[in-house]
Design a protein around this ligand. Structure first.
Ligand code: ATP
Ligand code: MG
Length: 423
């Protein structure tokens, strides 16, 4: 049997994980500045968390979930997104009885969707996302957008577009859905099978269908933004004002409805033109009805999710992936005898205690082989421990780039390597 990672999944190999970590560091620091704290929820939940929380007319719930019965016969699902799980945790731990708002983020959290794998679309992928609970004002929508937008700037990603829209509240949406249904009823022949089903239960889903025929019909459909009530209009106006205050350029795109059932009012996407069809790196919006829908109190929410793979793809396309130094600072070679190897081990530990990246040999190879390895591995400095060094308690620290050497007592090796590194 050929052992291969499952279709649509990827190993993140050591030559890539450094860039992931560097990006994650930037994200963590940024979240902290914005007052967000990390939450980690389970990778699987009871299926009804998503069926309810994501909505059973969505592509995710209808087609994309990894659902299985566990050995106790309970239906479980690998999380396809994280908002539903975070809301579940928020309710379970009764965070609603504490001070508001509650600002949470999750980072590089694995998500699972049974999709057609292609560039930027996988079956296991990772998301960075934030959720704010208990903040009804549009200033908070602008705050989460500013977090996302500024993050991309901080990571050196410049060529981006922010698309915003309002999909109203349940009240104004009811009226709108009537006119939408009437419109699509006139185009039944063109719509795909799935959209036929959506027509009854949630016609707005049709606007988000990926089929080119449905897309063409959707282009000319009535737009939610033209039907929102006065309160929703005011909220949307406020959002635009706050975005202007933050200096964030946006365009209103009436076609954005987002793939999830729970959105209300603000929806947005940040799109990069640098990675082709799967160019949406970040999507989010407001979901004032979700908490209630999941059995909790009436409490507004707003958030977004980034696809981390897509973020890194954009950075790579722009040549902005962080360069990560994978080489050690010092390689401590030794004669393959016990005394020399023990001394190398001891020096190595002393160096590491001082924050130096030190390596030694673990195969009792000869000095020649160790020297060759040190050169190949790109170590910046090298020390050789032979009989003379042991007898004199003194070594030479060799700069591998230019061959220069300095003398050092064994006791001072860490101190001297440190000053050479920082020279
Ligand atoms: P799309 O329209 O591309 O299918 P979506 O609306 O399903 O996206 P969301 O559920 O909003 O996406 O997820 C937020 C982000 O997660 C997306 O903007 C994207 O960057 C990323 N993402 C979603 N699905 C995948 C996937 N299968 N593989 C990789 N990244 C993904
Ligand atoms: Mg999708």
């Amino acid at each position: 049997m050929e052992m291969k990672a499952p279709r649509g999944t990827h190993d993140i190999m050591p030559e890539q994980s450094g860039a992931w970590q560097a990006v994650e560091d930037v994200i963590r620091r940024r979240c902290a500045r914005f007052g967000f704290e990390e939450i980690r929820t389970p990778i699987f939940e009871q299926t009804n968390v998503f069926a309810r929380g994501v909505g059973d007319t969505t592509d995710i719930v209808q087609k994309e979930m990894y659902t299985f019965d566990d050995k106790g016969g309970r239906s479980m699902t690998l999380r396809p997104e994280n908002t539903a799980g975070v809301v579940r945790a928020f309710l379970e731990h009764r965070l609603y009885s504490g001070p508001m708002p509650v600002k949470l983020y999750y980072l590089s959290a694995p998500m699972f969707r049974y999709e057609n794998p292609q560039s930027g679309r996988y079956r296991q992928f990772h998301q960075f996302g934030v959720e704010v609970f208990g903040a009804p004002s549009a200033s908070c929508d602008a705050e989460v957008i500013a977090l996302a937008w500024g993050l991309l700037k901080e990571l050196g990603v410049e060529k981006l577009a922010l698309h915003i829209n309002s999909i109203g509240c349940p009240t104004c949406r009811m009226e709108y859905q009537k006119s939408l249904r009437a419109y699509f009823n006139d185009h039944l022949d063109t719509l795909c099978g799935t959209c036929h089903e959506r027509l009854d239960r949630n016609p707005m889903r049709i606007l988000d269908c990926k089929s080119p025929e449905c897309k063409a019909v959707a282009e000319n459909a009535p737009k939610m933004i033209d039907h929102i009530c006065d309160d929703c209009k005011e909220h949307f106006q406020q959002l635009k004002t706050y975005l202007e205050v933050a200096g964030i350029p946006y365009s209103v795109d009436p076609m954005i409805v987002r793939g999830l059932d729970y959105y209300t009012r603000t929806v947005f996407e940040i799109i990069s033109e640098d990675i082709g069809a799967q160019g949406t790196v970040c999507g989010g919006g407001r979901y004032d009805g979700l908490m209630r829908l999941m059995g909790g109190p009436e409490l507004p929410g707003v958030g977004f999710a980034f696809g981390v793979e897509r973020l890194l793809m954009v950075m790579e396309a722009l040549g902005k992936l962080p360069e990560v130094d994978r080489t050690s600072d010092v390689y401590i070679a030794s004669l393959p005898n016990d005394d020399a190897r023990k001394k190398a081990f001891e020096l190595c530990m002393t160096c590491r205690a001082e924050g130096i990246r030190a390596e030694i040999d673990h195969a009792a190879r000869g000095l020649k082989a160790q020297t060759k390895y040190a050169g190949k591995s790109g170590a910046k400095f090298m020390i050789v421990i032979g009989d003379d060094e042991l007898a004199n308690e003194s070594v030479r620290i060799r700069n591998m780039a230019d061959g220069t050497e300095i003398e050092s007592s064994m006791a001072d090796v860490a101190k001297n390597v440190l000053s050479l590194i920082h020279a």
